[in-house]
Design a protein around this ligand. Structure first.
Ligand SMILES: [Zn+2]
Length: 347
């Protein structure tokens, strides 16, 4: 047996108002001295200020920075600020968390995720999605040492973000099927426990679809906990396989062809409907469940042209080629792509 390492977050804190405990949480994790707080211009106001105040109250020396994009340059910029720091906290959505995560990993220090929205499973995962010259790449990074998810703040974020996070969890359904396929066909490494955690998380969250409503702290809690579990399944597997398969390839392809793509989770949700059809599974249940939380299920609701859906379907298999999925090595013909999208009602 090869040896391997599983890295998980050490402490996960969720609850309404938990952000005010940030300083105490960091102190209990045995940090002290200089820390850096990274946020976005909007998330600084929503959560950054409270994080800084709490840290200062607990004797930390805080420096803070606002970033606007998740690019390689931004990561380097943040990394350069970390020389004398013991810890970095990323307060925001995907971009801020991913930049803080990657910069901390490169600087060899710890980081804490403080999500202000629950829109995808990067909150606790050991991966960071960074933009480089237009296209975005997913890079390996360390898992956060802590997650502080204030469900009151998350419940106040636009509902569209929560629905997208929900859809990203739904996508585990086809991701695990693709992974099983690659295991059977190509003897790819497979982890039963990671697959089980990913599927159970997805199943339970889908069952709660009816309870996911705008503005509710409980709804934010259901989705954020599921996103954290999903991130842990990725950590256990040592690959994003449990949460990313053909439906993610479709979403990445759509990012490349559509002039104005929708949110990551939204696109993955629509991809899951179509990939579940290819897998011969219950794609109607996927579609109905997404509809219950008002996540998009059609090209129109994604705000993407039908031709771009078809083009993305024919290109999807070329994204991350080494990752074998139901799309096979040759992908879909244009006719098959059109038939798939119209049979499932996406176009
Ligand atoms: Zn995703």
């Amino acid at each position: 047996m090869e040896s391997r390492k599983i890295q998980l977050p050490r402490e996960i804190h969720t609850g309404p108002g938990i952000i005010e405990e940030t300083g105490a949480i960091c102190r209990d994790l045995r940090f002290k001295g200089k820390v850096l707080v990274v946020s976005g211009s909007n998330t600084y106001r929503i959560g950054g200020e409270d994080v800084i105040e709490s840290l200062v109250d607990h004797g930390f020396e805080v420096e803070d920075v606002i970033i606007n994009k998740a690019s390689t340059d931004t990561v380097t910029e943040i990394q350069d600020m970390l020389g004398d720091k013991k810890l970095v906290l990323g307060v925001g959505g995907g971009k801020v968390i991913d930049v803080a995560k990657l910069a901390a990993t490169r600087a060899g220090i710890n980081h804490i995720s403080v999500p202000t929205a629950a829109s995808h499973d990067g909150i606790a995962s050991p991966r960071a999605s960074i933009k480089n010259e237009g296209s975005s790449v997913s890079l390996p990074a360390e898992s956060p040492i802590g997650v502080i998810a204030d469900t009151k703040i998350i419940s106040k974020a636009p509902f569209r973000l929560l629905a997208a996070g929900f859809a990203d969890i739904v996508s585990n359904q086809t991701a695990v099927r693709d992974w099983e396929l690659a295991y059977r066909l190509l003897n790819e490494d497979f982890s039963d426990s990671a697959a089980a955690l990913s599927l159970m998380t997805s199943k339970m969250t889908m069952k709660s679809a009816g309870a996911i409503k705008e503005g509710l702290v409980e709804s934010a809690e259901v989705v954020v906990k599921a996103l954290i579990s999903s991130g842990m399944a990725i950590s256990i597997a040592g690959t994003s396989r449990p949460a990313s398969g053909s439906e993610h390839k479709f979403s990445h392809a759509l990012d490349l062809v559509a002039p104005k793509p929708a949110l990551h989770g939204e696109q993955c949700g629509v991809g899951t409907i179509m990939m579940m059809y290819l897998h011969g599974g219950d794609w109607k249940y996927i579609r109905n469940t997404l509809e219950r939380v008002k996540a998009p299920t059609t090209a129109r609701k994604l705000g993407v042209k039908e031709e771009h859906i078809i083009e993305a379907l024919t290109l999807a298999h070329t994204i991350r080629k080494e990752r074998y999925t139901i799309l096979g090595d040759r992908g879909l013909t244009e006719e098959a792509a059109e038939a798939l999208a119209s049979t499932t009602g996406v176009i």
